[in-house]
Design a protein around this ligand. Structure first.
Ligand SMILES: [Zn+2]
Length: 229
């Protein structure tokens, strides 16, 4: 299916939304992953509207982390990636090794430890630098580096509701871009600096906020102020 075809269907047909809702979850997630960027900018199509029922079912409303992933300012591809890492389902090197693949376990970002989810986010020196730059940008201090601690810290941080959304955006954006950077090194042998990765994250958030503003969502400007001040 071509992107312009999907766009036309989404814009013109509530029936298509109903069809999407009836898809098996793996197909739905695959479509969100492939067309996530497109959906962000489509009027009237939100992540919650598109897949709220299914995601609530699979994430289990009692899971405390669900609001951290499926929030009002989420970028679908970032939400999906962070959700899969919460479930620890992405193919980090330690997991590949347990599946029987003969791989070097050294972290591709720092080379100083074995690659695991918890190392990548954010005890790795490279990742920690990106996470520090993101939280500094949002003028938030004392952010933890350990995966489990961050999951407990995010919901309890004493900041305004819009800064909370910006923080969740930044956390998910860091996970997405750091995993992308890891894959860039793994597959292409290319690398970016922590500052460049951070700039990509902030630029993406600014674009997301501007898209929300264009859709008439007031929170877009409030969250944008968190990123540009
Ligand atoms: Zn590392």
């Amino acid at each position: 299916m071509r992107m312009d075809g999907l766009s036309l269907m989404l814009e013109q047909s509530d029936k298509f939304f109903s069809t999407l809702s009836s898809l098996p979850l793996p197909c739905l997630l695959q479509m969100i992953h492939r067309f996530g960027l497109l959906m962000v900018f489509l009027p009237g199509i939100s992540l919650q509207k598109l897949c709220g029922i299914k995601l609530a079912r699979i994430s289990n409303p009692t899971k405390f982390w669900a609001p951290l992933v499926w929030h009002k300012a989420a970028i679908p591809r970032h939400a999906i990636t962070s959700w899969l890492f919460i479930l620890n389902r992405n193919p980090t090197l330690d997991r590949l090794s347990t599946w029987g693949f003969d791989v070097e376990l050294d972290c591709l970002l720092c080379g100083l430890a074995h690659e695991t989810r918890n190392h990548l986010f954010f005890t790795c020196a490279f990742s920690a630098e990106v996470w520090k730059l993101i939280t500094q940008r949002l003028q938030i201090s004392s952010s933890p580096l350990l995966w489990d601690q961050i999951l407990l810290w995010l919901p309890t941080t004493s900041v305004s509701k819009h800064k909370k959304l910006a923080l969740l955006q930044g956390w998910q954006g860091a996970i997405y871009e750091l995993w992308k950077e890891r894959n860039r090194r793994f597959h292409d042998g290319l690398s970016l600096s922590p500052i460049t990765v951070t700039r990509l994250i902030i630029s993406t958030m600014e674009n997301k906020c501007n898209a929300m503003i264009q859709l008439g969502l007031k929170r877009g400007s409030s969250i944008l102020k968190c990123w540009i001040t």
